[in-house]
Ligand binder design. Structure first.
Ligand code: ATR
Length: 280
């Protein structure tokens, strides 16, 4: 049976992952069979079982299935456990092992591609949903300074801070507190507000002339936040395309044991900037 790879999501038709993995495979002479599978949450477990029985040995998982993927795994890597979410499934006999490569993807993009040394950076994380959970552990591991989590629903920010287990470094604040928080070195937009056509209310004082801002989405959904970041004077304002390619490379390495060169794939995607929804 030919080994199969896939990305599960709902919706998932616009995912760039099949293209990225085909490009990576070509670097090693591999004809990677990787396709997108649209699975509504209620159908996910059944469809993943069918995928496995048809030769599936590795899968990515995107919105809104990352927490469900975490729950169904027989074992999880440390990053996945701290995130409470899985974006990479690795076949383990009849079962699945789960990893999360989102956070390391973001850090590799910021540190590798953009040359940022994140150590001691005062960081603001907007949002406390699945996307925020995915990246927070890796940001802490990268040595950032204080991490302030701000979420529309404060209880969710508190739950994320509790899960991260670093009370000396991680604190939560309400959205209404933002004007009193001073400026940040790194501002990460992990909210899904733009998917509903909304731009969360932010003010210019959050950024300084050295700040970097990153939106975890790319294409149209990132435009509003990045426009705010530039207007607020951020030195660097990037979308989630680089993170997408980097997390894919980490997944590829876990499945195939070789790390692809991400630069040509990133350059190609950036040049054509299709306009799908989010980092999956
Ligand atoms: P994802 O996996 O994309 O993170 P999610 O788990 O549904 O999706 O989380 C969406 C995040 O965007 C949450 O932090 C959400 O805030 P709430 O926890 O209060 O729902 C945030 N969000 C969504 N719409 C928003 C808006 N209009 N303004 C601010 N935050 C918003």
């Amino acid at each position: 049976m030919t080994p199969q790879f896939a990305v599960f999501g709902h919706p998932v038709a616009h995912s760039l992952s099949p293209h990225i993995h085909a490009r990576f495979g070509r670097q090693f002479g591999l004809d990677v069979d990787y396709h997108a599978i649209d699975a509504a949450p209620a159908d996910f477990v059944r469809m993943l079982g069918e995928f496995r029985d048809g030769g599936g040995i590795g899968a990515n998982v995107t919105l809104p299935l990352k927490e469900a993927a975490f729950a169904l795994c027989r074992s999880q890597g440390e990053r996945a456990r701290r995130a409470g979410a899985v974006n990479t499934l690795i076949r383990d006999g009849k079962d699945w092992h789960g990893e999360n490569t989102d956070g390391i993807g973001l850090v590799n993009d910021l540190a590798g591609r953009h040359g940022l040394d994140l150590r001691e950076w005062r960081t603001l994380l907007l949002g406390a949903g699945g996307a925020a959970r995915g990246v927070a552990p890796a940001l802490l591991d990268a040595g950032i300074g204080e991490l302030t989590i701000v979420n529309r629903t404060p209880a969710r920010a508190d739950a994320l801070a509790d899960a991260l287990g670093e009370p000396a470094r991680v604190l939560t604040r309400c959205w209404a507190d933002l004007p009193r928080l001073g400026d940040f070195d790194l501002i990460v937009n992990a909210t899904s507000a733009a998917h509903a056509g909304v731009m969360p209310e932010l003010h210019g004082g959050l950024a300084n002339r050295r700040s970097a801002a990153v939106d975890l989405g790319y294409g149209e959904v990132a435009i509003g936040f990045l426009a705010w970041a530039r207007a607020a004077g951020c030195l660097i304002a990037v979308n989630g395309l680089g993170m997408l390619v980097e997390q894919a490379a980490e997944s590829f390495r876990l499945w195939h044991g070789q790390r692809p060169d991400t630069d040509p794939v990133f350059a190609e995607l950036q040049a054509r900037q299709r306009v799908p929804r989010t980092a999956d």
